[in-house]
Design a protein around this ligand. Sequence first.
Ligand SMILES: O=C(CO)[C@H](O)[C@H](O)COP(=O)(O)O
Length: 236
Amino acid sequence: MSCINIAKKAAARAAVDRHVKSGNIIGIGSGSTVVFAVERLAERVSKEALKVKCVPTSFQARQLVIQHNLPLTDLEIHPELDICIDGADEVDSQMNLIKGGGGCLLQEKIVASCSKKLVIIADYTKDSQKLGDQYKKGIPIEVSPIAFVPIQNRIQKLYGGKVELRMAVNKAGPVITDSGNFILDWREFNQDINWNEINTELLLMPGIVDTGLFIQMASISYFGLADGSFKSRECL
Ligand SMILES: O=C(CO)[C@H](O)[C@H](O)COP(=O)(O)O
């Protein structure tokens, strides 16, 4: 296993072992690190006869839950969750996050906002001082397809940087999210941005459905290290 995967697995196992209890309704995030969390959850459910129900945050998460024979539910049946376990593209010293590298930011943010606790699992490369220090692919912004050009122009004019439409691999055209929207990736922005203010301003622009900025939402982050150990950071 690569160092990165060893780290992802360590973070995922720590989160599942420390935070999941029988009876929990659990939000299942998206991405490659979450795969290790679902594997560990399935292991605990089978060994300890834990009773849990899972709310997926994406098509990928739903498939993972089904493949591991974990009980599936949704926000209609369980609008309040005990915990959500999810990955991140970057976590800053204040526990603000960039998410949406996998394009699932909207459903991830909805499920996280319904959870008493958002537990982040990530490898050591995601740990940063300031948002934008580590993750060079930019801030993902989910937009209504008809609005992508006006939004691109507006963000570049107001805040600078480059805003690009995320294109699909192996398909001629843009990435379409699980909710039928497009993703813009905003890069090369000024690093001294007040992310809370910018996020609020972006969310007021008609056409922006949500942003990959998760400001003060996470309760604790686990960062897996290359030797299989982990460190954690809690929200103060
Ligand atoms: O936000 C996400 C998907 O929208 C993922 O959680 C994020 O991209 C991290 O992914 P990975 O665990 O593969 O590094």
